[in-house]
Design a protein around this ligand. Structure first.
Ligand code: ARG
Length: 229
């Protein structure tokens, strides 16, 4: 008997991001995060052997298209533009973008207050597209790493950061404590899903496995571990 016909004996290369806390990040050479653990559960259910390939967000889509990786599990928001080039699994996380300002800022309470302001975020992210679409800010600065945007805000080189809510919250409660705050309500609704090239044989089994890890309670356990229930 050989299993090679269904490809189950092949190792799937999975692109993850090296700095998207608490979803996927690399710390002391170790890959950690909610998605790293969720993916492991999904892969086991789907009977897929895999190898993680950590990289910067900017490299993820390219790595998929060039075949350097077979899948991306990295807080990737599903949207129309990306669907033109990539296939996505069923979504497994609902979230949205939020605005952050300096702790003592009093003149920015929502997106309508960004006229003439400087906004920072991560290059290539949905937040970067969103901020660019506002039209009112004086400048939208895109950094390759979101930590550079947060640092620019903490030292008041920019007026506002727009980024994914859970990542922003982690920064506000951690390194950004007493320096920055989240203002207003989330700006939109986004969902994360696993991405693959259009032509792939993985999304079907992955969707089945996502359904199972939700049903058997694994999803809830991991959610409570990483997001406090
Ligand atoms: N959710 C946002 C996006 O898809 C930001 C994600 C940041 N990291 C990542 N690896 N996609 O653009």
């Amino acid at each position: 008997l050989t299993l090679s016909a269904c490809g189950r004996d092949q190792t799937v290369k999975v692109g993850i991001e090296n700095n998207f806390r608490p979803f996927t990040y690399t710390e002391n050479g170790e890959n950690k995060g909610f998605e790293v653990e969720l993916w492991d559960a999904i892969a086991k259910k789907a009977g897929m052997k895999y190898e993680l390939v950590p990289m910067g967000q900017g490299e993820l889509s390219q790595a998929l298209q060039s075949g350097k990786v077979d899948l991306v599990v990295a807080g990737m928001t599903v949207n129309k533009a990306r669907k033109d080039n990539l296939a996505f699994s069923d979504p497994y996380f609902q979230t949205g973008l939020v605005m952050l300002t300096a702790q003592d800022n009093t003149d920015i309470g929502g997106k309508d207050d960004l006229k003439g302001k400087t906004v920072a975020t991560k290059l290539g992210s949905t937040a970067y597209t969103y901020a660019g679409g506002l039209g009112t800010p004086k400048e939208v600065v895109g950094y390759p790493d979101i930590d550079e945007a947060y640092a620019a805000l903490a030292s008041k080189r920019v007026d506002c950061v727009i980024f994914d809510e859970r990542n922003a919250r982690e920064y506000v409660q951690g390194r950004g404590q007493d320096k920055v705050k989240i203002v207003g309500e989330p700006l939109n609704k986004e969902s994360y899903a696993i991405a693959a090239p259009k032509k792939n044989k993985h999304i079907g089994p992955i969707n089945g496995a996502i359904e199972q890890v939700v049903k058997n309670g694994t999803y809830e356990t991991l959610y409570a571990k990483w997001f406090g229930g």
